[in-house]
Ligand binder design. Sequence first.
Ligand code: AQP
Length: 329
Amino acid sequence: MKKMISGIKPSGSPTLGNYIGAIKNFVHYQNEYELYVFIADLHAITIRQDPLELKRNTLDIATLYIACGLNPNKCTIFVQTDVLEHANLGFILNCFTYMGELTRMTQFKEKSQNTNNDSIGVGLFTYPPLMAADILLYDVDYVPVGEDQVQHLEITRDIAIRINNLYNQKVFVIPDKIVNKVGARIKSLQDPSKKMSKSEDPSDKGCIFLLEDPNKAYKKIMSAVTDNEMLVKYDPDNKPGISNLIQIYCSLKDVSIETCEEEFKDSNYGTFKKAVAEIVKTTLENIQSRFKEIRYTDKLAEILNEGKLKAQKIASKKLLEIEKVIGLK
Ligand code: AQP
């Protein structure tokens, strides 16, 4: 079986974007790959976090992985800071990454654009080498990425190839990306030029949170921004709002864009929005009922402990290997 890794950072309450763009796909991948999924708490602190919320979001995401269908017997689920090797290799990779490369990262530019240099944490700048460490520790073949993470996967490959070439040996497996076509980037319901993000204001009508009241989510879909054309057609450039709703519908219903367009070709936007709102509401209800069964149980701690032990074993071996190669051991 080929190997794969991915994670979500607990920088807020997880969104429908995280589900469609990441978690839902992991559930399929666990049957096809040796899958590692983690909660990227170190990445979350690259932006200031409230300690209690960070802890809560970390365990919420772990629970959501399972509530959404990840099976701990089929994949390894762990918290990033439970495996110290991530930070350790992250520092090593910092030393093989160039300032120029990191300056070009769009995520860094976006997240730091409204902040002056004196208050941007260096961790935000060095986010990509830490992400490279997350990936390279496990010798994975594939990383499923949203469109926004493609650049980070490319720099991971560059760093790995650089080290392999420098020491003239295959220290790291060079990972490939897998990008999903449908649902690669779910947009804000109020401003479809922006990504739906969990660090948005929880009261924001543009974002659906997986753990919010499903009736509230229903209303958010009903008040999503569309256009005046009254045509349910996928055209992200000219009809970003409707295209976003089509993406959500197709992903949650597991149907193609053509099927969706055909189904609603004679419908007005009200009818279409109701269908999207229904499937979003049902999805949230199902996830939340499983979430409640798991969140405050010993089982969750057991699963995370097992995941930690499995991940540690692999990561410590890999770290030692690279330390020997560069002369630290
Ligand atoms: N809107 C989205 N559409 C599709 N996929 C998305 N992902 C996030 N938002 C969307 C995917 O979720 C995975 C985990 O992302 P992350 O938490 O590590 O970081 P992120 O992409 O920066 O997520 P957020 O929600 O936007 O967090 P904040 O607001 O804190 O920056 C990734 O695979 C991502 O593509």
